[in-house]
Structure formats: structure tokens, C-alpha cells
Design a protein around this ligand. Sequence first.
Ligand SMILES: *Cc1c(COP(=O)(O)O)cnc(C)c1O
Length: 462
Amino acid sequence: MDLRYWLGRAVDEIGAWAADHDGFSPHASASVTDHEMADGFGELVRRLSSSYPFFHPRYAGQMLKPPHPAAVAGYVAAMLINPNNRALDGGSATSALEEEAVAAIASMFGMPSHLGHLTGGSTVANLEALFVARETHPGKGIAYSREGHYTHARMCHLLGMRGYPIEVDSLGRMDPEALERQLARGTVGTVVATVGTTGLGAVDPVHTILAAARARGVRVHVDAAYGGFHVLLDQEDADLLPDPRPWRAIAHCDSVVVDPHKHGLQPYGCGAVLFGDPGVGRFYRHDSPCASYASYATDRPHLGEISLECSRSGAAAAALWLTQKLLPLTSGGLGQVLAAGRRAALRWAALIEQSSVLDLYQPPDLDIVTYFPRTDPLLLSEVEAASRTVMRRGMSDRADPVYLSTARIDAHSFAARWPGAVTDLGHTRILRSVLMKPESELHLDQLHSLVERLATTARHTG
Ligand SMILES: *Cc1c(COP(=O)(O)O)cnc(C)c1O
């Protein structure tokens, strides 16, 4: 699709709709000439050009990529109206689009019932889930993986709840026995299971966690911000999702968050939170003197009545809805995008295992590959220095750049994978590549040889 055409079409169509409302003159106070715009816009574009090329397969660093062009066109079309999904009078059309988009996410997970909405991202989505957890299990704390997102500890602090970090196994997944020991103390009201940790993409055993929690009347929330959409690989190919049980268990958990602005091809900010029990809407009840809820007579709930955020972008809902229309949440739709990244990660992991200059930190659960330049002896200080050198040199090579990121790993976690490591530091840094673009699959050999070359020279020159 040609984005220039569809952006022009958005301006034309919304302009035609506006012209249907009888003529009015724009006020001079905010008028800007094309001549004035040229200066400011020129400077903006110049400044943006210092960004890293997230769109390119040479960029294999953090969780960053541009949105799908359909999302951009949908966003712009709706943004020209600028609906606010807080209330139906501010966003009647886009509230309906949001409900449909969220319902599609609920059926992707196989949830039999749901109450949910979009958010600015998964930070707020997780906050809402923990807020509801506090209301359903007052006085109890929250258990989460020690390698889960830092937001859980922070939000426990914010909500005045006690947080319990749970040990992980040697692949960075929550250790069910450690969880069981914590649950036995009776202080935990909710467990957060992570499907795709931000660092390693590790997937907690949600099904085991769910069984342990249910046995004690404990709630389960799933932080699937990164890895939720990978449920679409279930039944696609057993090699891509060797153990689908964590994803299949999500339908039976109490709440789940997923970030369409990560693997759903959306621009920031688009997160989502879904609850299995629609009755939790009661915890959001509030009075707002300026809200026109009551005057807007309808049985439909306003999205602002079931969310903590007030004003929210209706354009984000339009973008997600349009993207889902074109690339539906099925294995043949968005699943194909995720499958390409997952195949790339598996193949790269295999290439790294055969490499004489790189070592695989651990096999990838998703599409995040972690590795480090081989050093002999295996000293954490050398792994850190070599990883930093590879990243720095790759990013500063103007002719042949490659953009990677590093992950901080504590000595204990490193030694769990590499028992022979000399832990001369309390932590180290390894290389980390998020292969979230399907294009990574097509350029993997080039990426691998660039990284191998950097690792070879990093070893010789330190
Ligand atoms: C990204 C992420 C978050 C935070 O979400 P934002 O969208 O950045 O606010 C929380 N948990 C996990 C597992 C994540 O990957």
C-alpha cells in the first residue's frame, strides 16, 4: 500500500465530512503560512534524522519498530477529528471501534467473557490490574517473577501493597517451587505471571502458576505486554511454540495485559487490559462533575467509567481497529508477522551455537536473542567489555552499521546458564537483539556475519 495516497485520502475524506457542516472561517489567531511551516518542519525533520533506523533489519536492538502503514493512515484519519474515548459524547464512533478491537483481543486469548479497554501502554494497564487485585484481595500482596518488569514493584509501592519477587529457574522463568513456598505463607493475594520478560523474553509457566494459585484462592494476572500476541503461533507450527500451555492458560486467569504498541503493529501509546470478570467494573466507580455520562442517555458504559485514565486517544483505537481488519488476530494474519520473527530468532540461535566467536546466553522462548562474544577464560568482566565494544563499534560504523542492545545480567543468573563462568564482577552485560520485524528473517545471514565480525575484532583489540 502507498502511504502517501492513504494519508492524502484521509485528509480529503475527513475534509469532505467537515465540509458537510456549513461553512465557517478558521480564526486568524492560530494561522500559519506554508512559508512559516517550511522552516519549522524542515528543522523537525532534520532533528528526527538523528534517530536510529528502527525500521531496518540492521537495527536489532530494543523493542522498537515503526507502526504498520495502515495504523498510521487510520490514526491520522481519526486524529483529524481527535475523538476522546473517555466518554461516548467525545468518541462515540471510536469507542465502538475500541470495543470491537478489545473484543478481538479477548477472543484471541479465548476468554469466555471480558471487560477491557485500551490504555496508554502496559504500565497503566498493569497498574489497573494490580489496583483491581488490591480491591478483590485487600490486605494481601503481589508476587511476581524476579525477572518480571520493574513496573510491578513500583506499582505495588504506589498502591501501598507489599511486593514479593519470586526466584526464577535457569531460563529466567518463575520457579513454581519458590512460588509455592511464598504462597504457603498466606500473604500473597495475586500472582503476576509474565509471558515474555522484557529482558530475555522468558515465558513463565502460567498454567502451573494458575493451578497453584487457584488451590489457595489467589488471583492471577498475566503480564503479556510483550509475548501475548504469540498465542497466534499456537497450532501454527509446533517448532515455533513448543509449549503452548502458558498461552492457553491465559483464558482462565483473572486479568491480562498486552501491548498493541509492541507486537500489534501500533504507534505508541496503545496498551490493553482485560479482566475475565466484567463485574470488576464496580471498582472504577466515581463521580465526575464535568462528565456528561448521565446526560448521554444510553445503556452502553462509557470507557471512562471503566478506566483509570481520563482522556484517551480515540485515534489509537481507530488505528488498531483498521490494522486488525487488514491483519486479523489469526495465525494467517498477524500470526505470520510473529512467525517470521520467531523463525529468525530460532535460526540465529542455531547460527550462534555454531559460531566460534559468539556464545548463546540461553535458547530464546520468543524472538529475543541473547548472546555474548566468546572469551577464554569466561570472565564476567571480559564478557561485559566485549559486549560493550561490539555494541559501540556496530553503532558507530558509518559504512556498515549494526544496532544492538545490551542486557544487564547478575552473576548468579549468568552462572546458572554458564557454570564455568568466573564471577569476578557482581553482574555483567550481554548482547540482546529483539527480532520483532519480519524483515529480520530475510536479512539474518547479513546480521549474523556483521555481529561475528565485530566479535572477532573485539576479542583481538579489547
Ligand atoms: C513493555 C512492558 C511493560 C511496560 O509497558 P509499556 O507499554 O512500556 O508501558 C510491562 N511489562 C512487560 C513484560 C513489558 O514488556
